[in-house]
Write a protein that binds this ligand. Structure first.
Ligand code: 5GP
Length: 120
């Protein structure tokens, strides 16, 4: 995976619709779109539209509490929208050891198959 900690990432271009993505949910605060390399039948990324320093969860400050909670709430809404009534998994990769490749905080929503723990 290519790693970038640049202030802007490919997700900024997705937010601005400068590169295409399959959007499944959007409002003024967040965007949810299908992962380009799905690891499960349903694999969606949920991101804040304003990065505000949140390159990853490890950069979270108290001012981010509201958006962090909102991202999880939207993940739940999208899971329902996607028909994941039998279950789903939420993942946030942070930093090199986790294999984070895009440094704009994102919540992975995975579902549609049985997950194994670990490694899944
Ligand atoms: P990370 O490894 O940082 O947790 O997750 C980044 C995710 O972004 C990966 O699952 C990767 O497939 C996805 N991704 C990277 N570039 C693009 C893109 O241009 N479009 C979409 N839809 N997903 C992308």
């Amino acid at each position: 995976k290519e790693v970038t900690e640049a202030p802007t990432t490919i997700f900024d271009k997705i937010i601005k619709k400068e590169i295409p993505s399959t959007v499944v949910y959007e409002d003024d605060k967040v965007l949810a779109f299908r992962d380009i390399a799905p690891q499960a039948p349903t694999h969606i990324l949920i991101i804040p539209k304003v990065k505000d320093g949140l390159s990853g969860l490890s950069k979270a400050e108290e001012r981010h509490v509201e958006i962090l909670g909102y991202l999880l709430y939207i993940a739940k809404l999208v899971a329902k929208q996607e028909g994941l009534g039998d279950g789903f998994r939420i993942v946030i990769n942070d930093g090199n050891d986790a294999g984070q490749s895009v440094y704009h905080l994102h919540v992975h929503l995975l579902g549609g198959r049985q997950m194994n723990w670990p490694p899944g």
